[in-house]
Design a protein around this ligand. Structure first.
Ligand SMILES: NC(=O)c1ccc[n+]([C@@H]2O[C@H](COP(=O)([O-])OP(=O)(O)OC[C@H]3O[C@@H](n4cnc5c(N)ncnc54)[C@H](O)[C@@H]3O)[C@@H](O)[C@H]2O)c1
Length: 348
């Protein structure tokens, strides 16, 4: 059988710790043949440590050697690199968020459609047992029409102190575009065809702009910090459902927490821990399931789904149009906060 030849663009933390091991574990159906990073010595080192044959000085040179690339650079470069690869007939797995904004996402989707190549986005939370079980339960009618969704991705003091995560120009934003996007994407995926229509949001960064902050994930410069560290938002859906969404890297809260629950007409669901809420036999029932949020396992499933989809043996779980919708909502949240008013999504 032909193996899928993969190239890695950007050899930082996520490439080294997640994608290279996940693709290399699939060595019966794929090979990583080339790497590139603007830091050539880093790319060379990564190639040596992982037995990868080619180190490219220019990422475009890679396109002649590979069937697919994984884009693992800061967000600013996701669109440019993905579009160049798609236009050269190369499938693309691109890390989340899809791009800096909706317009870039649209150009990426256009390039994918035009080339006929696949474009997958790294929303790996969808591949966890908790998410997949929730999807099955919802499709099976466990919740019915959704009414109120509560989604939280909260960290008390975890501003990433490495890389360029606090640089707006290179990342497009902070806690929302980096961390909140996962739970936002997962919520939208679980809500299926429920279309978000209006958003009211506030973003903050007062804590991270204050000197001498405590931070569990390294250090950063409070003077140059120019992204959000805490976001609060209310989203209305076409069918009258509403979502209370909040995310943070830094907030004065008791603990880090992850929460996604849907209260619907026929029942309710909560993912962390996994529970179903129903009323039957004249009383309220709570059913628990032992399902995990194992991100390493999710990353392996994500890699398998991408490789098998490129080989024509599976369908992408994270479709680019869906990731584009998540980016549209991120744009609207930032716009709402800047303009101090609610935003109709048809106007973003
Ligand atoms: N799915 C997740 O949970 C998750 C987790 C972490 C990071 N990410 C995403 O992965 C991407 C990279 O994050 P990271 O943690 O690896 O960051 P990082 O800072 O550790 O690594 C980024 C690498 O990209 C290289 N680079 C910068 N500009 C480049 C360019 N134009 N061309 C080629 N290489 C370039 C840098 O030299 C660096 O080695 C980001 O988009 C981030 O949002 C996703």
């Amino acid at each position: 059988m032909n193996k899928l030849k993969i190239g890695i663009v950007g050899c930082g933390g996520i490439a080294r710790n997640r994608h290279i091991p996940a693709f290399q574990e699939l060595n019966e159906i794929t090979d990583i043949v080339a790497v590139h990073d603007i830091n050539y010595d880093l790319a060379k080192n990564v190639a040596e440590n992982n037995n990868i044959e080619f180190v490219m000085e220019d990422y475009q040179q890679m396109f002649e050697l590979v069937d697919a690339i994984a884009v693992c650079t800061p967000n600013k470069f996701h669109a440019e690199i993905s579009i160049a690869a798609l236009n050269s007939g190369v499938h693309v797995f691109c890390e989340k968020p899809m791009a800096l904004n909706k317009l870039e996402c649209e150009r990426m989707v256009e390039a994918a459609n035009h080339s006929g190549k696949l474009l997958a986005i790294g929303y790996h939370y969808r591949f966890t047992d908790a998410a997949m079980t929730a999807k099955k339960a919802i499709l099976n009618g466990a919740v019915g029409d959704p009414l109120v969704i509560r989604t939280q991705a909260l960290r008390r003091r975890k501003v990433p102190g490495w890389g360029v995560f606090t640089n707006k120009l290179l990342q497009g934003g902070g806690s929302l575009i980096d961390y909140g996007c996962h739970l936002l994407d997962l919520s939208l995926w679980l809500l299926e065809d429920n279309e978000p229509v209006e958003i009211l949001a506030k973003t903050y960064n007062r804590l991270s702009k204050t000197p001498n902050q405590i931070n569990d994930w390294g250090t950063f410069n409070h003077e140059t910090f120019d992204v959000d560290d805490h976001v609060s938002c209310f989203i209305i859906f076409k069918d009258n459902a509403s979502m209370q969404f909040e995310c943070s890297w830094a907030a004065n809260i008791k603990d880090d927490s992850k929460h996604l629950s849907i209260s619907g007409v026929d029942g309710g669901i909560s993912l962390y821990p996994f529970e179903l809420y129903q009323h039957k036999y004249g009383t309220c029932f709570t059913e628990k399931a032992v399902v995990d949020h194992d991100e390493t396992l999710a990353a392996k499933r994500q890699a398998t789904n991408f490789v098998k989809s490129c080989l024509g043996e599976a369908d992408l779980v994270v479709k680019p149009e869906e990731a584009q919708r998540t980016s549209l909502i991120i744009d609207a949240i930032y716009k709402s906060s800047v303009e101090g008013r609610s935003i109709r999504l048809s106007n973003v």
